[in-house]
Design a protein around this ligand. Structure first.
Ligand code: GLC
Length: 420
């Protein structure tokens, strides 16, 4: 196709009315894995086809740090950032600062999973378009499990036993740096995700229930956190208390972990040419306490929102539609192994060939457990930070889980007041 024809096609596809005037846009996105490299390549295509220019504002990989920065910028009415990459949990907290995309996306919104669209709709306003969804996996070293005749674990205790045995035997065989299990234990949003999984998969509820009840102070939840505490320094390095996604992936990808809890983005990277574990691992759903409980992945995902302070809203919306389009989501799935938010892509043969786990991950993310962001609304960030602090304190040996969860219940009750 000539550039002219392709431009016309793109304009039609993204419903943009007038590209006579080129806009200067800026997009804030995080540096997890190859996210910004991928986005930059897509922006080059968008620029060529629309005449707009887009600069990238790179953000730290930590969701919590990103949130703090965005909140400051938005509170100050910052006009420098037009489009924000947003975490799935932020919609209720930042809704007032973002443009309603309902009208602009009505031609395509039916292609997206309705539950994800609903999660980004606040008081009838669609404040973010889904770019990819997320549900974590247990990554395991297929080669090592086979070498020691072990089955992939279904329960947390099986995971611990297998991790310990393989760690000990591999160390004895000269792999001095190998650990049994790495996860995200830093005091930030990622620990909220991990700990919600331990607790929910042990029958301990989901911190705050969908009806607003604060449920976290219970024996099953306490036992679930204590179980992991036992692992620190034994099958998980002490340093795991400072790990986020990228640090755990670093240990895993150099071949120094038997198991890892991480999101799907680590799949493509782990199979990259520079990875020591290329072709040596598989993914499976996370374990549960007895093997009989419901699956327990925390629902994650990232979206794009247009700032209401942007003075280029029309072009910014066109950019959001482009980066969340089926074509770009397909490329994201092929290159970064991130889960599409468009149902049809789960039947795509090219994606299934490139990322064999992906078709089977559709039911897993669909039954994933949401964090209590919808019910706690603008207070979610405080709920989460109090929760991850209670868990981090416990894992660090500062109080027992029972003590820390009791205290947490008091704090959350006060934070809730009469209602969320
Ligand atoms: C992943 C998830 C996101 C979550 C974050 C926590 O990026 O997609 O929803 O908040 O991890 O670290």
């Amino acid at each position: 196709m000539t550039l002219f024809l392709r431009t016309l096609t793109l304009c039609a596809a993204i419903g943009a009315a007038d590209f006579a005037v080129a806009a200067e846009l800026s997009l804030a996105a995080n540096t997890t894995g190859k996210n910004v490299n991928f986005i930059r390549e897509q922006l080059d295509i968008f620029e060529k086809e629309t005449g707009h220019r887009v600069s990238l504002v790179t953000m730290p990989p930590s969701s919590s740090e990103q949130f703090s920065q965005y909140r400051l910028w938005l509170a100050a009415g910052n006009t420098d950032v037009d489009v924000y990459q947003t975490d799935v949990i932020w919609a209720p907290q930042l809704a007032d600062q973002f443009v309603d995309l309902t009208e602009a996306t009505k031609d395509v919104v039916g292609d997206y999973f309705p539950t994800i669209i609903a999660s980004q709709t606040v008081n009838g306003r669609l404040v973010a378009m889904p770019m990819f969804t997320d549900a974590p996996a247990l990554y395991y070293r297929k080669d090592l499990l086979e070498k020691y005749g072990k089955a992939p674990p279904k329960t947390w205790d099986e995971l611990a036993a297998t991790a310990k045995e393989i760690q000990e035997k591999e160390r004895a065989a000269g792999q001095a740096d190998i650990w049994g299990y790495v996860f995200q234990g830093n005091a930030y949003e990622g620990l909220t995700c991990n700990a919600l999984e331990w607790i929910k998969s042990s029958g301990g509820g989901q911190i705050v229930e969908p009806d607003g009840t604060i449920s976290v102070n219970n024996e099953k939840a306490a036992a679930a956190v204590e179980r992991i505490k036992e692992w620190i320094g034994a099958i998980s390095p002490q340093g795991v208390l400072a790990y986020q996604e990228e640090e755990s992936r670093g240990v895993w990808q150099t071949g120094n972990a038997v198991f890892m809890r991480n999101w799907p983005y680590a799949y493509a990277l782990g199979n990259g040419d520079d990875s020591a574990v290329k072709g040596k691992f598989e993914v499976m759903p996370l374990p549960t306490a007895t093997g009989g409980e419901e699956p327990s992945s925390t629902l994650g995902g990232w979206n794009l929102s247009v700032s209401k302070y942007s003075d280029e809203q029309e072009a910014a919306i066109a950019l959001v539609k482009f980066l969340t389009s089926k074509g770009v989501q397909k490329q994201r799935a092929l290159q970064l192994s991130q889960l599409p938010t468009i149902a049809a892509l789960y039947d795509d043969a090219e994606i299934a060939a490139a990322q064999p786990f992906m078709p089977s991950w559709k039911p897993i993310f669909q039954s994933a457990v949401p964090r209590p962001s919808a019910v706690t609304k603008v207070k979610y960030n405080e709920v989460s930070s109090k929760f991850w602090s209670a868990v981090h304190n416990t894992l660090s040996g500062d109080g027992t889980a029972a003590e820390n969860l009791e205290l947490l219940e008091v704090e959350l009750t006060e934070l809730k007041g009469d209602s969320w």
